[in-house]
Design a protein around this ligand. Structure first.
Ligand code: ATP
Ligand code: MG
Length: 556
């Protein structure tokens, strides 16, 4: 139908069928329905990309609906963060809606069911209701309240709304089938009493609809054509359809896809909240978190996340996606877009003994050699004393060590070829300074020296270097599937954050902004932390240059 080369996923197939059959007059309206009880994570991104992506593909629309039926755990701060994250991912909703705006309509729907003798007020306790429900192999039995008259039910339900009863004293249940093999159809709860302040409706309500009574009806009120949710809602679908049929309202339909599971992390908001509250991480947007805001602070781009969601596709069966695929996507993006810079994380001083004292050369480096034109250049000051990386020097280098050691030569990136002649150690035997000579006719781009070297190393001029804190991240969990363990916190990686308090960076990095990706040559991709200040620069490593973890696994 559309000249897109990728095969259709199963939801696209359903939509194309519907369009072909003229269902809903060719209209496609999806919704993304977060509960505002936490920040969005990469799993939500899959659902966002799917819902908004379908709308884009079929000239439809997507509503953003806050599923705010649980007053206790919800908060407006979460609402704001969710909106920000969706927009950052590059999507715009048609309407911003709240299930709580439908409370009056939903109440009237419930009254309608009562009038049809399809719902009743039950005074049983939660335990009594559970006990009377039976088991999947045994039918349930009615509680003493199932045969209340319609008039009595109407009266009691109104009194529930008016606040006459305490929490848990009464519930409203659908009257369906206590022997149904699907437990969700054994007279499910529709309303419960909760005397709690709601972040939007305040104290207007003390009864709140259950998910199963709110969700489908909200879809129907908005005339959602394709209501897409995750697999665990399959057994809820008959109830979704039952409510819509009995209420004779717009026939929205529910479709289920497999949620995203990502290795070495947890995804449930409840668990993520625990990590924040118990201070395993700094905040919801800690760069180690799988939240959208954490990934953003870490240096992930919207395009890399959308690309990841595209690659994993949409399935009907759950599986585990390796986090290295996500890392691959950001690496691929940054390789094309990041500006190249030099920084030294573990410094050792190099003195070029034959370089004139007090002389400074302004070398020129392209910002981005990956693209034509290089996206401009920056000035890199070069002088007699440089910081180089400690592990680029070895006192007794093995064969094939193409960096520095006594008698060895390397090229300094953008600059000259140097040869190491000597070094000094402190009283503990730690090398503190190395001495080199340079070949004046070996300057990059105009090299006439005829010298051949195999290695190139990065450096920063001592006199011109700026200082920054650099944070290196590793996986938050050591276990591939932490959520499967009895206590997911058991496998928290104690070394998920390494802080380098004083790294040396080239002066141009003073101009860095948090939205920009930088490749620190040979060290990885970095971005300025959103909480960084000019007095205290902080860079986060987004991802290493290569998948070092894959190597670890192979080594066993
Ligand atoms: P959590 O268990 O993380 O709290 P949730 O399902 O309770 O998630 P909601 O705010 O209700 O979170 O989710 C909003 C939408 O995002 C729902 O349609 C839900 O199915 C979808 N969603 C949540 N987690 C995932 C995931 N891991 N993969 C794909 N979709 C997800
Ligand atoms: Mg939920």
């Amino acid at each position: 139908m559309l000249n897109d080369e990728k095969p259709l996923n199963f939801i696209e197939e359903i939509i194309e069928d519907d369009l072909h059959n003229g269902k809903h007059g060719g209209r496609v309206l999806t919704r993304f329905p977060p509960e505002p009880n936490g920040y969005l994570h990469i799993g939500h991104a899959k659902s966002i990309c799917l819902n908004f992506g379908l709308a884009e593909r079929y000239q439809g629309k997507t509503n953003l609906r806050f599923d705010d039926t649980n007053p206790v755990t919800e908060d407006t701060a979460y609402v704001e963060s969710i909106k920000k994250d969706i927009q950052w991912l590059g999507f715009q909703w048609a309407q911003e809606l709240y299930t709580s705006d439908y409370f009056e309509t939903l109440y009237n729907f419930a009254v309608d069911l009562i009038k049809k003798d399809l719902a009743y007020v039950d005074d049983s306790t939660a335990e009594e209701i559970a006990a009377a429900k039976g088991t999947p192999t045994e039918p349930g039995v009615p509680t003493p309240y199932r045969d209340r008259s319609i008039e009595e039910n109407l009266q009691l339900f109104q009194e529930m709304r008016e606040g006459k009863y305490r929490d848990g004293e009464k519930v409203l249940r659908a009257k369906i089938d206590l022997a149904n093999p699907n437990m969700h159809l054994r007279d499910p709860l529709l309303y419960r009493i909760k005397h709690a302040h709601h972040h939007r409706t305040g104290d207007a309500w003390c009864i709140y609809p259950m998910y199963d009574f709110a969700h489908g009806q909200s879809d129907s009120i908005e005339q959602i054509t394709h209501s897409i949710c995750t697999l665990e809602f399959i057994p809820h679908r008959p109830l979704y359809d039952w409510c819509i049929n009995k209420l004779e309202i717009f026939p929205s339909k529910q479709y289920e896809f497999a949620r995203l599971n990502l290795s070495y992390t947890v995804m449930s908001k409840r668990k993520l909240l625990q990590l924040v509250n118990e201070k395993y991480v700094e905040s919801w947007d800690d760069p180690r978190m799988p939240t959208i805001s954490g990934l953003r602070r870490r240096g992930y781009t919207p395009a890399s996340i959308r690309n990841f969601c595209d690659r994993i596709g949409v399935q009907k069966r759950e599986n585990m996606i390796d986090v290295s695929l996500l890392e691959f996507c950001i690496r691929e993006d940054l390789n094309h877009s990041a500006w190249r810079r030099m920084a030294v994380l573990d410094p050792i001083k190099m003195v070029i003994t034959n370089y004139p004292n007090d002389h400074v050369e302004e070398l020129i480096g392209e910002n981005n050699p990956e693209v034509e034109g290089g996206e401009g250049t920056r000035v890199i000051p070069f002088s007699k004393e440089l910081w180089i990386e400690r592990d680029d020097f070895m006192e007794e280098p093995p064969k094939k060590f193409f960096r520095l050691g006594p008698g060895l030569s390397v090229r300094l990136k953008h600059a000259y070829i140097v040869t190491c002649n000597d070094f000094v150690k402190d009283e503990n035997g730690k090398v503190i300074e190395i001495y080199c000579t340079y070949a004046p006719n070996s300057k990059s781009g105009e090299d006439t020296s005829g010298l051949k070297v195999k290695g190139t190393i990065h450096w920063v001029s001592v006199e011109h270097a700026k200082e920054a804190e650099v944070r290196l991240y590793d996986r938050l969990f050591n276990d591939e599937n932490p959520a499967a363990a009895e206590d997911f916190k058991q496998s928290i990686n104690p070394n998920s954050l390494t802080i380098i308090e004083k790294a040396y960076i080239e002066p141009d990095l003073m101009e860095a902004t948090p939205k920009k990706g930088y490749q620190f040559i040979r060290l990885g991709y970095f971005t300025l932390d959103s909480k960084s200040t000019t007095d205290n620069l902080v860079f986060n490593r987004t991802v290493t240059l290569k998948d070092s973890w894959a190597k670890e696994v192979k080594k066993g």
